[in-house]
Design a protein around this ligand. Sequence first.
Ligand SMILES: [Fe+2]
Length: 342
Amino acid sequence: MSSVVACILIVDDTPSARETLGAQLLPEGYRLEYAASGAEALERAGALKPDLILLDVMMPEMDGYEVCRRLRDTAELAEIPIVMVTSLDDRASRLVGLEAGADDFLSKPVDRAELRARVRTITRLNRYRLLSVERKEAEQERARLLLEVTQAYDATIEAWSLALEIRDLDIQGHCRRVAEMTVKVAAAMGLAGDDLVHIRRGAFLHDIGKIALPDSILRKPGPLTHEEWESMRRHPEVAYELLSKISFLRPAITIPHCHHEKWDGSGYPRGLAGEEIPLAARIFTVVDVWDALSSERSYNGAWDRADVTAYCRDQAGSHFDPQVVDAFLGVLEREPSGPVGA
Ligand SMILES: [Fe+2]
C-alpha cells in the first residue's frame, strides 16, 4: 500500500471480462492492475500488495479457488480482501469459495452499481485495517525504543557508580547491593512502578557526589581532619548540583541529596527531620548503614546479623525512621543470611 489511491487487482483469463470490470471501476479513480491467469495473479499480488483482488473463478491451469488458497497461505498476502467474480451462483460453489478464503462474491454479469458500492466499502475497510496495523506497529516500535533508551540510561548510571567503586576499594559491590535492597524495602512499604525505578537509580548514585573528592580524602585509611570532613560532607550537595541538570535523573535525586539526613534532625546537609526527609532517602539510609556494617571494610570487620539488627533497632527514632526499620527488618527476615543482597 504505497500510495493513497487504493489499488485493485483484476484477475480474469478473458480479456473482455477484464476490460469490462476495469471500465466500470475506472471513473472511481482507483489504480487498476490486471492479471490474465492464476500464476500471474499470485506474482502480481506479491509485487503490488493490492487493497482488493477481484478474482475470476473459472480459469485454466489454476482456478480462482486455488489462487485464493495460495494467497491465504502466504503470510504477507493473507489479509488482502478477495472478491470472487463468478457465473456460478449455486450454493456449493460459494461454499468452496468461502473455504478457500474468499471474502465476498459478485455474480457475472456484474451489476455496475453493485460492483462500485461493494468495492468502495471493502477498500475503505481495508484502509482502516491497514492504518490500525500501522498504528499498532508504531506503538510497538515506540515501546521498543523506550526500553532501549531506559536500558542505556541504567547502564550509564551503573557505570558511574562503578567508577566510584573502582576509586574507593572499600565499597566493592556496595551500590548494586544497596540498590537492590532499597527497592525491596520500598516495595514492601507499598511503593511501586516509576517510584521504584527512580529509587533504584537514586540508590545506585547515592554517593556520586564523592566523585569530586580527591583520593587523599576518599582513600584515606585514618580519621579525616576537620577540613577533610567538611569536604566529605559536601557530597550530597555536589550530587544535587550534578544530577539536577539531568532531567531523567531529577526524580531520583532525593537519595543522593538526603541520604545523610537523620530522623531526629541531626544529619546533613540541611538538617531535615522526620517526614521532611523524603521516604526514599529514609529507606535508603537504613539499607546503606546495614550494608556498611555487614561488609568487610578497611576500618572495621563485618558485623554479624544479630549485632546489625540490634543496632538498627537501637537507632530507630534517632538516626532512622522507626517505620522504615520495621519494614527493613521484615524484608531482612526473608533474605538468606550473609551481607545484604550478597
Ligand atoms: Fe554518602
